[in-house]
Design a protein around this ligand. Structure first.
Ligand SMILES: CC(C)(COP(=O)(O)OP(=O)(O)OC[C@H]1O[C@@H](n2cnc3c(N)ncnc32)[C@H](O)[C@@H]1OP(=O)(O)O)[C@@H](O)C(=O)NCCC(=O)NCCS
Length: 144
């Protein structure tokens, strides 16, 4: 397994994987792959960085994160569907911690409460529960 920082040329691939991530985590996001590609390009030209994990030139996983003054916030972690449960996610987080994330900074991730597999994963790799977002959805009938 190898890893490298993503470039703008990777954005079409990252957008396709992002689309699968949205489906797999059960997110409400309804953006299309082209829309996700535009968003990914904006993120990578700003202060986000993405790391791509590959084996035999095939993408196995990607991570997207932003480093701030006291914190590194992980926005996406995605392992391709046919390679899950093989330790790739755990290895990806270790690689990020060793090679990209300062040990002096707080590490954060947001996860949907319905995404039980991911919650189990984050706890298994060392993250602990901190905050819970609560909401009341707007009344759709009252919208514009
Ligand atoms: C969540 C995800 C990144 C985990 O990657 P992975 O490569 O499958 O995970 P690993 O094989 O490295 O698992 C590491 C540990 O996490 C836990 N874990 C992983 N998947 C789990 C599952 N489905 N149920 C329970 N525990 C799980 C286990 O403790 C595992 O350790 P073990 O193998 O020693 O039992 C991957 O399943 C994925 O991409 N899911 C879809 C996208 C997603 O939800 N991303 C996170 C958004 S917040």
């Amino acid at each position: 397994m190898t890893y490298r920082l993503a470039t703008q040329e990777d954005c079409p691939c990252l957008a396709r994987l992002n689309h699968q991530l949205v489906q797999d985590e059960g997110h409400r996001n309804r953006m299309t792959v082209p829309e996700l590609e535009v968003r990914m390009r904006d993120w990578l030209s700003g202060d986000y960085r993405a790391v791509i994990f590959e084996a035999a030139a095939e993408v196995m996983a990607y991570a997207l994160f932003r480093e701030q003054s006291t914190e590194v916030h992980l926005r996406h972690l995605f392992v391709v569907r046919h390679r899950r449960g093989q330790g790739i996610g755990r290895w990806a987080v270790q690689t990020l911690r060793w090679h990209f994330w300062p040990s002096t900074k707080r590490l954060t991730v947001d996860v949907l409460v319905t995404n039980k597999n991911a919650i189990a994963f984050w706890r298994a790799v060392g993250y602990s529960d901190y905050a819970l977002t609560l909401e009341i959805q707007p009344d759709a009938a009252a919208g514009p």
